[in-house]
Design a protein around this ligand. Structure first.
Ligand SMILES: NC(=O)c1ccc[n+]([C@@H]2O[C@H](COP(=O)([O-])OP(=O)(O)OC[C@H]3O[C@@H](n4cnc5c(N)ncnc54)[C@H](O)[C@@H]3O)[C@@H](O)[C@H]2O)c1
Ligand SMILES: CC(C)[C@H](C(=O)O)[C@@H](O)C(=O)O
Ligand SMILES: [Mg+2]
Length: 369
């Protein structure tokens, strides 16, 4: 299969980890006989510096003309004092909105060999496998008005607004995923305070009545934050609005041991998607060849599965990552076990090597079959 992939490495460790996803995809292409063409675009601080805007039109067009998008990360202290419209994050929010990517899937999987990397107890994290379905193009991130008011700009305004149809489509997606998994859906809101959350609950209840095969529960976001750490195994699929999903997913990353382990897919209904790690540009470790590339690599596996329908290829990538971790290889964020601590580049090489090894083993097994 021939596919064109837009690559937007962005800032900080974004460029380092995007390299990993491309190397892994090249290996997948040669192992499975596909052709992946990478087309590069600028976003975030990188785009501000060279084009004067965090989201140049050519980047939007490049994404629209591609079969899927890979994005590293945006942001950094260099641009933190920029006016709101010229912040790198505006580029990320803009591309999500522009491409209509309303459904952000953030799977949280506890790898057996990383149980001791988590700050939580072994019995709490072992076997956790949950999916956060985060609404991505509405809510307080996009509400109008927003900004400063008053003679001395002493009033700051952010507006939390949701249209019913925006809630309906994300809730429908969440039911679909719950059906494909363990048929349990937890809707997280703040219905004891927010009107948008009360409408959210109404929509979920209506959908629950139409989908009686799915067990549905409502949970307030503060309690959900607590439960995610005390008993994450109680969750299967979590559906929630934009900002709650942002916060809960970083929290949930600690179940896996590191923010550097969480991949994500930002999708619309036709299967088109942008694939990005949950983490940011990590200015504290950027340029040091220390970042964990696995969240980005696992995001590329999500791309293979969800946008290209390449399930076997996606599973091969996930298997290679699991094997590398089982063999004891770690990046710094997963806890320093000196002899097996790898740089970003070496971790990428290890995953590529494992993918090639698995291919050779599959070839040998086929010859004997
Ligand atoms: N999707 C995105 O592009 C995205 C997401 C989150 C934050 N950001 C931006 O990134 C910048 C930094 O934000 P932040 O520091 O709050 O969040 P961050 O996710 O960049 O980093 C938080 C902490 O996690 C560590 N970390 C993150 N990813 C890692 C990886 N792959 N390997 C090892 N350690 C990793 C960092 O070193 C840091 O200590 C900000 O400008 C923010 O707006 C961008
Ligand atoms: C950088 C920021 C705009 C972004 C978000 O809040 O959506 C990030 O935190 C994420 O989780 O993808
Ligand atoms: Mg976030």
């Amino acid at each position: 299969m021939k596919k064109r992939i837009a690559v937007l490495p962005g800032d900080g460790i974004g460029t380092e980890v995007a390299e990993g996803a491309m190397k892994v995809l090249e290996t997948v292409a040669s192992r499975f006989g596909h052709q992946f063409e990478f087309a590069f675009g600028k976003i975030g601080g990188q785009a501000i510096d060279s084009k004067g805007t965090p989201l140049p039109d050519e980047t939007i067009n490049l994404c629209k003309e591609s079969d899927a998008v890979l994005l590293g990360a945006v942001g950094g202290p260099k641009w933190d004092k920029m006016p709101p419209e010229l912040r790198p994050e505006k580029g990320l929010l803009g591309i999500r909105k522009e491409l209509g990517l309303f459904a952000n899937l953030r799977p949280v999987t506890a790898f057996d060999s990383l149980i001791s990397s988590s700050p939580l107890k072994k019995e709490v994290v072992q076997d956790v496998d949950l999916l956060i379905v985060r609404e991505l193009t509405g809510g307080i991130y996009f509400g109008k008005p927003s900004g400063r008011k008053g003679e001395n700009r002493e009033t700051a305004v952010d507006t939390l607004q949701y249209e019913r149809h925006e809630i309906e489509r994300i809730v429908e997606k969440a039911f679909t995923f719950a059906r494909m998994r363990n048929k349990k859906l937890t809707s997280v809101d703040k219905a004891n305070v927010l009107e948008s959350s009360r409408m959210w609950r109404e929509v979920v209840d209506e959908a629950a009545a139409k989908n009686p095969d799915i067990e549905v529960e409502h949970m307030l976001v503060d309690a959900a934050a607590m439960k995610l750490i005390s008993n994450p195994k109680a969750f299967d699929v979590i559906v929630t609005e934009n900002m709650f999903g942002d916060i809960l997913s970083d929290e949930a990353s600690m179940i896996t041991g590191s923010l550097g382990m969480l991949p994500s897919a930002s999708m619309r209904s036709d299967g088109y998607g942008l694939y990005e790690p949950v983490h940011g540009s990590a200015p504290d470790i950027a340029g040091k060849n220390m970042a964990n590339p696995l969240a980005m690599i696992l995001s590329s596996a999500m791309m293979l599965k969800y946008s290209f329908g390449m399930k076997e290829e996606a599973e091969a990538v996930e298997k290679a990552v699991t094997e590398v971790l089982d063999a004891g290889y770690r990046t710094m964020d997963l806890g320093s076990n000196s002899s097996c601590t790898l740089s970003t580049e070496k971790m990428i090489k290890q995953v590529v090597y494992q993918l090639e090894e698995d291919d050779a083993t599959a070839g040998i097994l086929a010859a004997y079959a």
